[in-house]
Design a protein around this ligand. Structure first.
Ligand code: UTP
Length: 295
């Protein structure tokens, strides 16, 4: 790993309407995946890649996030008094992971607008953006590869994943050209949620980005796009068209990803991760088989 990037922005201010009413008072990034909030997996992934300065963009339900990444001394004392060191370590873990900061978004006017809120914290250095509801399996490599590509090419880097053509209209989709490096592509165009059947490829943008700081000025000039929101995809399209700050490259990810912002994917993620765990898998796996036979 050669990158000197340490800052990561995690937007977590969306309304999470697909999970209502669970997300009425709780950010969707706080929904548990087995026994840990989705966003903690994301922060752990960031820290594993050397990104220890975390800025969360938060909305009206900020408190749950802030409390989770803060200490809970009352709970710690109670567990200490009981001598339950295992649970004590679990409680303390999130507060010790990284240096976590918070900025409010106010109105959720889109992902681009959320990223713009990080401008003064980030300054004039490249930085990462990770979506708090998009999980990349810790056994698969993505972020470190993206940081390396940013370092080598001095350009912005997005993560891409091949999706079924029928799913393309749910994503930002990239037109790409091959480079000399396997699974590293030059992005020649982007379109946010294309009309079904009109997508230029099946390469979908997933929730990991390493961006050059020039993106902030571009977002400032970006008009609301799809859904009336200020789209990060539209700002990246301007970076490509310029090209500004070296344009945009893509790293094609072929590993395991769980979109916990989608109900079906969320349920699948929990089943898969729980079935692979030492403490739950032994009992869960035979039950899944039995249950599948009943269907
Ligand atoms: P999504 O479009 O998946 O989030 O945004 P959403 O709007 O909350 O979800 P639904 O469709 O209503 O269920 C992708 C990511 O960007 C963040 C979200 O929190 C999520 O992590 N986001 C989105 C913001 O922080 N601010 C925004 O204005 C929009």
């Amino acid at each position: 790993m050669t990158s000197s990037i340490t800052k990561v922005v995690i937007p977590a201010a969306g309304l999470g309407t697909r999970f209502l009413p669970a997300t009425k008072a709780l950010p969707k990034e706080m929904l548990p995946v087995v026994d840990k909030p989705a966003i903690q997996y994301v922060v752990e992934e960031a820290v594993a890649a050397g990104l220890v300065d975390v800025l969360m963009i938060v909305g009206r339900n900020k408190n749950a996030l802030a409390n989770h990444f803060d200490r809970n001394t009352e709970l710690e004392h109670t567990l200490e008094a009981k001598g339950d060191n295992k649970k004590l370590a679990l409680v303390a873990e999130a507060s010790q992971l990284a240096d976590v900061h918070f900025v409010r978004q106010g109105d959720p006017k889109g992902l681009g607008h959320a990223v713009l809120r990080a401008k003064s914290h980030v300054g004039n250095q490249p930085f990462a953006v990770m979506l708090g509801d998009d999980l990349i399996d810790a056994r698969d490599v993505l972020l470190t590869k993206m940081l390396d590509v940013q370092d080598e090419r001095k350009a912005s880097v997005i993560a891409l994943m091949e999706v079924e053509p029928s799913q393309a209209h749910l994503y930002g989709i990239a037109s790409v050209e091959a480079t000399e490096e396997t699974d590293v592509v030059r992005v020649t165009g982007l379109v946010e949620k294309p009309e079904p059947g009109t997508q230029p490829s099946n390469y979908a943008i997933i929730g990991r980005y390493v961006l050059c700081p020039e993106i902030f000025d571009v977002i400032e000039k970006t008009e609301p796009g799809k859904g009336g929101e200020i789209q990060l995809t539209d700002a990246l399209q301007t970076m490509i068209a310029g090209p500004i700050a070296g344009g945009v490259y893509g790293v094609v990810f072929r590993g395991r990803r769980y979109d916990t912002g989608d109900r079906l994917d969320y349920i699948k993620a929990i089943i898969r991760l729980a079935s692979e765990r030492d403490d739950l898998g032994k009992d869960l796996r035979p039950w899944i088989k039995e249950f599948a036979e009943e269907l």
